[in-house]
Write a protein that binds this ligand. Structure first.
Ligand code: NAP
Length: 327
C-alpha cells in the first residue's frame, strides 16, 4: 500500500483552503496539517521555520494570502504587498529547507496584463502592465510564482524540488464572503437579490452596464483541479510547461455577462422584481477570460455548470446565512 503524504494546507479556513481540506478528506488523505492564523502567523519567519522543522510535511498547498477587493487593495497597498511577499517567502523557503518536494502556490488572474477581448494564455504574464488598482498584490503574486520556478531551477536536481503554481479564475460556492463592502460579484448579487425578495422591493440595482463578461469556477471543481495539478506526473507536467512559464490557468473555459448572471440568480432566488443597471458606476475590466486549454490537455475540465453551481450556492446561503462571513 502506498503511504499517504502528510499534507499542510496553509490558509485552511479560507474559501479555497477549506474546500481543499474537504476534498482531500473525501479522497482519503487522512494526514492533513492545519494551523489557524492565530496559531501560526505566516508573516513571522521564526514561527514558520519552527513549524516546518517540527511538522516536516510531505506536501504543501499554499492558500494563505492577504486577499481583498479594489477598495481594500487601494486602502492597504503596503499590507497587500508586504504580507503576501512574507507569507510566500516564509512558506516556500522553509518548506524547501526541511525537504518538502511538492508544493502548490495559488496565484490570481490579476498577475496578467490588461488584454482587452482576448483569451489570456499563461505566457501573457509579464508581457505588459497589470491593473493599477491591485498592482502591489499582483507583484507579490508574480513573485510567488517566480519563487517556485527559481527553487525548481536551482534545486530540482539536488533536492527533487517540484513546486507548481496555478491561476484560479474567480470562484464561487459555499463558504463565500457576503460582506456588503468587500464581497465578489456572485455573493454580492445573491445577497442583494435575496434581500430584495424578502423586503418585497420592486427593483434591484446592479452596478455598471451589465455588459462586462466574467468567468467563474465552482469551488468543488477548483479544489479538484488544484489536487489534480499537485498529483500530475512530473514528466507530463514538464512536457507541458516551461521552467520560466510554469503556472497553469484553472478556468471554466467560457464566460458570462453580468446581466446574464443577474438574470440566472433572479430565477434561482425566485425574485419577481426588475433588475436595473446603474450606469454611473464603473464597469471595471470588460473581459478577462483565461485560456484553459493547457489544464484541459492535462486531463481536467470543469464539470459543474454555472446554473447548477449557483443553485448549490444559494441553497448553502439559505442554510448557513448566520455563520457566513457578512456584516
Ligand atoms: N476566491 C477567489 O475567487 C480566488 C480567485 C483566484 C485566486 N485566488 C487566490 O487563492 C488564494 C486563497 O484565496 P481565498 O479566496 O481562499 O482567500 P481567503 O478566503 O481570504 O483565505 C485566505 C486565508 O489565509 C489566511 N491568512 C491570511 N494572512 C495570514 C497570515 N499572515 N498567517 C496565516 N494565515 C493567513 C486567512 O486567515 P484570516 O482570515 O484569519 O486572516 C484566510 O484563512 C489567494 O492567494 C487568492 O489570491 C482566489
Amino acid at each position: 500500500m502506498i503511504e499517504k503524504p502528510r499534507i499542510y494546507v496553509a490558509g485552511h479556513q479560507g474559501m479555497i483552503g477549506s474546500a481543499l481540506v474537504r476534498k482531500l478528506k473525501i479522497l482519503g488523505y487522512a494526514k492533513i496539517l492545519t494551523r489557524t492564523h492565530d496559531e501560526l502567523d505566516l508573516i513571522n519567519q521564526a514561527q514558520v521555520k519552527s513549524f516546518f522543522e517540527v511538522e516536516k510535511p510531505d506536501q504543501v498547498y499554499l492558500c494563505a494570502a492577504k486577499v481583498g477587493g479594489v477598495h481594500a487593495n487601494n486602502t492597504f497597498p503596503a499590507e497587500f504587498i508586504y504580507d503576501n511577499l512574507m507569507i510566500e517567502s516564509n512558506v516556500i523557503h522553509n518548506a524547501w529547507k526541511v525537504g518538502v518536494k511538492k508544493l502548490i502556490f495559488l496565484g490570481s488572474s490579476c498577475i496578467y496584463p490588461k488584454l482587452p477581448n482576448q483569451l489570456i494564455k499563461e505566457n501573457a504574464m509579464l508581457s505588459g502592465q497589470v491593473e493599477a488598482t491591485n498592482e502591489p498584490y499582483a507583484i507579490a503574486k508574480i513573485a510567488g510564482i517566480k519563487l517556485c520556478e527559481s527553487y525548481n531551477r536551482q534545486y530540482r536536481k539536488s533536492h527533487g524540488t517540484d513546486y507548481r503554481s496555478v491561476i484560479p479564475a474567480s470562484l464561487y460556492g459555499p463558504g463565500d464572503n457576503y460582506h456588503s463592502k468587500n464581497s465578489h460579484v456572485i455573493p454580492a448579487l445573491i445577497r442583494k437579490i435575496h434581500d430584495a425578495k424578502i423586503n418585497q422591493l420592486s427593483e434591484v440595482v446592479v452596478w455598471g452596464s451589465g455588459l462586462p463578461r466574467r468567468e467563474f469556477v465552482y469551488i468543488d471543481d477548483m479544489s479538484e483541479a488544484i489536487i489534480h495539478i499537485m498529483n500530475l506526473d512530473l514528466v507530463q507536467y514538464r512536457e507541458h510547461t516551461e521552467d520560466m512559464v510554469s503556472h497553469i490557468n484553472i478556468g471554466f473555459g467560457s464566460d458570462v455577462t453580468i446581466e446574464d448572471l443577474a438574470k440566472q440568480l433572479v430565477k434561482i432566488v425566485g425574485y419577481e422584481g426588475r433588475i436595473v443597471f446603474d450606469l454611473t458606476k464603473p464597469d471595471g475590466v470588460f473581459r478577462k477570460l483565461m485560456d484553459s486549454t493547457l489544464i484541459e490537455s492535462l486531463g481536467w475540465k470543469a464539470s459543474i455548470s454555472l446554473e447548477d453551481g449557483l443553485a448549490l450556492t444559494y441553497s448553502d446561503y439559505l442554510k448557513n446565512k448566520k455563520s457566513l462571513r457578512s456584516d
